[in-house]
Design a protein. Structure first.
Length: 216
């Protein structure tokens, strides 16, 4: 049977990236997606350009939650920039994506920093404290189903997983878009938000990320 896109992306990583070299894994996926086959990775413009990399470096988080692993591209991007001892928990609902992502993360040599958990964010977020020993998240990267951004943000608040200064960074707030999330986060007194205009990965379509600091 025909391979899947994530399988072809993993093949490109194995063929062109150096084991244990996260930057070469990121470059291999960007090249594959730009020249061979588009895939929904946050990409090099929203990634390197400045935003994702600069927010991670600026926050220098000890605990990160990523919602939506897909093939592990942003997982590798973020994990490479984490300070020693920092942990990234990434949640993926789709078992096929999770299987590929584990292999991409392993190829980058980042297994120690990353804990990939399969399941739905709605089910797993309430378990973060008791099962994963998380007190709160310094950074949350929202990149999963766009209609889950708002309910999961409210769930993070209710579960006491955000503290003063916690940063939420949401991909695709313009395309495909998450209008209810934007409406909530921009009008809530509990957050200070900033929009970073960009483009849908590997295209010229308007997109952007929304960075929101939890004020407690
Ligand atoms: O939803 C899509 C999508 C919708 C339709 C077709 C392909 C992808 C998408 C597009 C760009 C993204 O950066 C992204 O994270 C997603 N996603 O699924 O989470
Ligand atoms: Mg995205």
């Amino acid at each position: 049977t025909r391979s899947t896109r994530p399988q072809r992306l993993l093949g490109a990583v194995r063929r062109t990236a150096t084991r244990g070299d996260p930057r070469s894994v990121v470059r291999a996926i960007d090249d594959f997606c730009r020249h061979t086959e588009w895939a929904m990775n946050v990409g090099d413009e929203k990634g390197t350009g400045c935003i994702l990399d600069s927010v991670v470096s600026e926050v220098s988080p000890a605990t990160v939650l990523e919602l939506g692993t897909y093939c592990g591209y942003s997982t590798v991007r973020i994990a490479t920039l984490l300070p020693p001892g920092a942990k990234l928990i990434t949640l993926e609902f789709n078992p096929d994506f999770a299987l590929i992502a584990r292999q991409v993360i392993a190829w980058a040599g980042l297994e120690e920093k990353v804990h990939l958990v399969e399941g739905s964010s709605g089910d797993l977020i309430p378990l973060m404290k008791e099962k994963f020993g998380v007190k709160s998240f310094d950074l949350v990267f929202l990149d999963h189903w766009k209609d889950r951004y708002l309910p999961d943000t409210k769930l993070l608040e209710e579960c006491g997983l955000l503290q003063k200064g916690s940063v939420l960074l949401a991909d695709n707030v313009i395309c495909p878009g998450s209008p209810d999330y934007l409406e909530y986060i921009r009008n809530s007194p509990k957050y200070r938000s900033q929009h970073f205009k960009s483009h849908l990965e590997y295209t010229k379509v308007e997109d952007g990320l929304e960075k929101s600091v939890f004020l407690g």
